[in-house]
Design a protein around this ligand. Structure first.
Ligand code: GLN
Length: 461
């Protein structure tokens, strides 16, 4: 990570990043550029450097913040109309930790509203364009963050991953994207989507940068009771010489793009040539993951979105004398169609007549999936799979067909249901020039080993 010093000032780094952000304005990456704030902060850091003070491990490093992280810099909108005008009085723990090390936020990035989606087309501010082909989607929901790193505007960006929102856009834009173990990084101050699967993570260009960010951001937080005691920094160097890599037989079929399958095979050959062992896995319970996810997540979404009433946050529809009308109009106008779809599904699966048939069944399927991973990790150290069945698809191709959009998540959501970490690793380009990514999965708390081992698959080999 290029940090500021006496020769290369933080102001220089920030101005360069802002200039690049403006140069790529047509990609629709940012919902807000933090020009004044970032330059002010950079000057403060430069003064401290001039005085010989120690700044931190991210001294003057510009970064992009997914617009569902709360901080007083700009409005936090989660790319949703209903949050327009909302200025947060608090700062997310993850943001506070990064900035305590000297990182400077240059802009807030576009996402599918409330992180509901796989393409960033559900944003109130319009889609972000793919970094290598402007006719295609950036992936989602953290599309803006992925493209900001892919186009070298910033060296890192934050993301959230509830069912693939870091890993899939990372793969669609050829960068590293990590969804850590559930509970590794505090979710305090991040707009909640589904509290039992939401994870905070990052986009970077290298595994070493990912490791640095994880060592800064991870750890227990009294403000988020689901955080784990800091295991990340306790993990000793990854010591295994010979590693067993699991491959899931069921994912090698015609519903997965040929070039993705070929990239996975090439990486397996590379690993074998380095002395690692490939083992075939059968994980039949994973076939329930998508259905279970699209019951459990909407249920939690319906609950988490109930707080947006037009009174407490952001946008309020035209004043009405009748309170119920105010709620109704604000929510009708303020949410995107996909948000509404999830609120309706969520309330349906939780309603008394249907709870047992849907929510309870999905919760049981989730337990099966957790056990399936536990079993698999007795046979192997890591699992290698595609991130999603397709390469970056065309803008408009799936946005009006929710089920085909949901199907894109079939390989990413099982990890969130089980709470295990997954890392997207760039794996070259398809003939069309689109980027290919593969996903490496580890047992809970194996995040550091996962990042370390990903170097074995590095593109520079
Ligand atoms: N694409 C998935 C969904 O729409 C995941 C979203 C996310 O991880 N935030 O639910």
């Amino acid at each position: 990570m290029k940090t500021a010093n006496k020769k290369v000032t933080a102001e220089r780094l920030v101005r360069d990043a802002l200039e690049k952000a403006k140069h790529f304005a047509d990609y629709n990456i940012f919902t807000f550029l933090n020009e004044d704030g970032a330059i002010r902060r950079a000057r403060e850091i430069d003064k401290r450097i001039a005085r010989g003070e120690k700044i931190g491990r991210l001294a003057g490093v510009p970064y992009a913040l997914k617009d569902n992280f709360l901080s007083p810099d700009g409005e936090t909108t989660a790319s949703a109309h209903i949050l327009e005008g909302f200025k947060s009085p608090i700062t997310a723990t993850a943001v506070a930790k990064l900035e305590a090390e000297g990182a400077i936020m240059i802009g807030r990035t576009n996402l599918d509203a409330f992180a509901h989606g796989s393409s960033t087309e559900n944003s109130y501010f319009g889609p972000t364009l793919n970094s290598v082909d402007k006719t295609r989607v950036a992936g989602g929901s953290s599309g803006g963050s992925a493209v900001a790193v892919a186009l070298d505007i910033v060296e890192f960006a934050t993301g959230t991953d509830t069912g693939g929102s870091i890993r899939q856009p990372a793969s669609f834009n050829g960068v590293y994207g990590l969804k850590p173990t559930y509970g590794c990084i505090s979710r305090y101050g991040v707009v909640a989507m589904a509290s039992s699967t939401d994870c905070i993570g990052f986009f970077t260009k290298t595994p070493d940068d990912m490791d640095l960010l994880m060592s800064i951001a991870s750890g227990q937080d009294a403000k988020d009771m689901t955080t784990l005691p800091d295991y990340y920094n306790d993990n000793t160097e990854f010591a295994h010489k010979k590693v067993r890599i699991g491959i899931i037989k069921d994912f090698d079929n015609d519903s997965v793009d040929k070039e993705i399958r070929a990239a996975l095979k090439t990486k397996c050959e590379l690993l074998k040539s380095k002395g690692h062992e490939i083992v075939e896995l059968e994980m039949p319970a994973l076939k329930y993951a998508l259905a279970a996810y699209y019951i459990i997540v909407p249920a939690e979404v319906a609950s988490n979105l109930s707080r947006y009433d037009g009174i407490r946050y952001g946008f309020r529809s035209d004043e009405s004398d009748v309170l119920d009308d105010l709620y109704f109009n604000t929510r009708s106008e303020g949410f995107m169609p996909e948000n509404k779809r999830r609120i309706m599904i969520g309330n349906f699966v939780l309603s008394s007549g249907f709870y047992d048939a849907y929510f309870l069944k999905a919760a049981k399927a989730r337990t099966l999936i957790i056990k399936e991973y536990e079993k698999a990790f007795k046979k192997c150290d890591f699992i290698l799979t595609p991130v999603s069945p397709n390469l970056a698809f065309r803008l408009g191709e799936k946005v009006n067909d929710p089920v085909s959009m949901y199907l894109e998540d079939v390989m990413s959501v099982p990890l969130n249901l089980a709470g295990v970490p997954g890392l997207t690793i760039p794996a070259g380009k398809a003939k069309s020039g689109l980027t290919v990514g593969i996903q490496m999965i580890g047992p809970r708390r194996s995040d550091k080993a996962l990042i370390e081992f990903s170097k074995e698959l590095s593109e520079d080999d």
